[in-house]
Design a binder for this molecule. Structure first.
Ligand code: AP5
Ligand code: ZN
Length: 217
């Protein structure tokens, strides 16, 4: 299956993507995680990405699309992917359509996670991420690690993301509304959008997402 996950910052895209990708046996591709891995390795791409991410702005399309394309080409060997954080504006969505069309492929669904803004703020304020792998995500209250500050999955140190400050989150929400939300209409025109309420326990949201995806098949 080829699925795009959309939703505001802190909606739980990364958290859900880990479970959905496992249930569906497809790789989880997160452009945010790819950028953070580059930042950790201090690559040129990482330095460029960080200068935008710290301000809550989108990294330029040219580099983002090239990075996503490269990662998707590796993933296609296993027959699908779950995209998290890409596409993030209409021109990225058009580029993705172009890449898929070249390979004679299509998306199966666009899963839209809905969460009220006050909940987003609480989720982001308490989020802690693993330094070794930013796909390992915790929350100080909602999903605490077994030992404070230590990743359950790999023993890495947990930290608060540089872009999780109040000002940057406000900017990321604004960017989401102005640049990312229009892709929902873009995909609605292709009849691909499945919207679910992403409130409740993590496993309840996963179950809701799985049944919505099955219903749309
Ligand atoms: P990215 O890393 O994609 O960040 P984001 O979209 O802002 O999303 P988040 O990672 O903040 O949240 P999430 O929805 O994954 O939530 P999570 O599962 O962690 O992008 C970061 C930056 O990179 C962008 O600002 C941009 O600069 C750049 N970038 C990335 N992609 C790009 C692109 N395509 N083009 C250009 N630039 C790009 O959950 C949040 C918290 O809530 C966690 O603590 C979690 O434990 C908790 N939680 C999750 N589910 C629940 C639940 N059901 N109940 C209670 N708590 C929960
Ligand atoms: Zn870890």
């Amino acid at each position: 299956m080829r699925i795009v996950l959309v939703g505001p910052p802190g909606a739980g895209k990364g958290t859900q993507a880990a479970f959905l990708a496992e249930n569906l046996s497809i790789p989880h591709i997160s452009t945010g995680d790819l950028f953070r891995a580059n930042i950790g390795q201090q690559t040129e791409l990482g330095k460029l990405a960080k200068s935008y991410m710290d301000k809550g702005e989108l990294v330029p399309d040219e580099v983002t699309i090239a990075m996503a394309k490269d990662r998707m080409e590796q993933a296609d060997a296993v027959g699908g992917f779950l995209l998290d954080g890409f596409p993030r504006n209409v021109s990225q969505a058009q580029a993705l359509d172009g890449m898929l069309a070249e390979g004679g492929m299509k998306l199966d669904a666009v899963l839209d996670l809905e969460v009220p803004e006050d909940e987003i703020v609480k989720r982001i304020a308490g989020r802690r991420v693993c330094r070794k792998d930013s796909a390992h995500v915790f929350h100080v209250t909602y999903n605490p690690p077994k030992a404070e500050g230590v990743c359950d999955a790999c023993g890495g140190e947990l930290y608060q993301r540089d872009d999780d400050t109040e000002d940057t989150v406000r900017k990321r929400l604004e960017v989401y509304h102005t640049q990312t939300e229009p892709i929902i209409d873009y995909y609605r025109a292709q009849d691909l959008v499945v919207t679910i309420e992403a409130l409740g326990k993590v496993d309840e949201v996963t179950a809701r997402a799985m049944s919505a995806l099955k219903a749309g098949e």
